[in-house]
Write a protein that binds this ligand. Sequence first.
Ligand SMILES: Cc1cc2nc3c(=O)[nH]c(=O)nc-3n(C[C@H](O)[C@H](O)[C@H](O)COP(=O)(O)OP(=O)(O)OC[C@H]3O[C@@H](n4cnc5c(N)ncnc54)[C@H](O)[C@@H]3O)c2cc1C
Length: 293
Amino acid sequence: MNLFAGLEEIVKFDEPLAPYNWFKLGGPARYFVTPRNLDQLKQVIERCNENHVDVKILGRGSNLLVGDEGVDGVVIRMTDKYFGQISIEGNTVCAGAGASINRLLQVCARAGLSGMECLVGIPGSVGGAVKINAGGRFGDIGSFSHSVSLMDSSGYQFVRPREDIYFGYRETNIMAKLILSAEFTLTPDDPEAIGRTIKEVWMLKKISQPMSSRNAGCVFKNPRALSAGALIDQAGLKGLRLGGAQVSERHANFIVVSDGATASDVLKLIDQIRQQVQRRFDVELELELEIWR
Ligand SMILES: Cc1cc2nc3c(=O)[nH]c(=O)nc-3n(C[C@H](O)[C@H](O)[C@H](O)COP(=O)(O)OP(=O)(O)OC[C@H]3O[C@@H](n4cnc5c(N)ncnc54)[C@H](O)[C@@H]3O)c2cc1C
């Protein structure tokens, strides 16, 4: 059976996933698909559904750890420019799932639309950000979301209005396989003022996070009213190294990796951190990072 007959131009076999994620780690995807339009995407989804093939959706790989064995199924990458279109009508911005948060911010700032500044420094895609309600201490993407356009695993497309979506702390109730695009309602403001806020938030992130190293952002969610980073720090784990993976010296809730690291090093370090924090503070750390294995 040729699962992707007629779609060969958008399918790669045994494609290494390391170049597509921020840790630059992990094995290959059995099938790596980069659809160039909605019709191709729908065909891929339908065929996988009919043939019971596991599908994973990849954004910009900035919240992911791919296991060393890779993914024995289909990985669909949503970053073709077709899925990254951004349009503005009045105060409403519609962004394709593949658009980078960074570009979305720039487009909104230029158009004098404020709100997205809280997402400065998040290197993900709109789809990845909506999926887990990405954000930080200044706000999250769910606060501005007006509606989200989705596709389920049978290829059926539908739109969910804001009222139907729960945007919690680094989680949503979006169960559909694919986020296609999202609409955001923003507030008109002076583009220069927006630009200044972007710079300020960026400086704060740069000071507190290891932005230039190989990492995937915060590894753990903050437990209720506590800081995961502070707990890891107080457990004396800052700087702890296992193989090529290390607890960041700058921010203890980040794991940074060096040349020669494997996904297995990161997984072992995650286990160590969890065990020690549990032993020391009786707190169970929950992953923010997603693991594919
Ligand atoms: C240096 C650095 C700083 C960071 N700072 C922050 C921060 O301040 N706040 C924060 O919240 N996060 C932060 N992150 C984490 C990350 O950038 C966000 O979680 C981001 O939203 C992930 O988007 P992505 O496109 O990279 O998703 P990926 O990592 O590719 O995927 C993450 C999840 O989203 C799903 N997904 C992606 N696209 C789609 C889609 N179109 N449809 C359905 N599911 C999809 C994937 O299947 C996976 O489950 C940071 C990461 C780094 C490396």
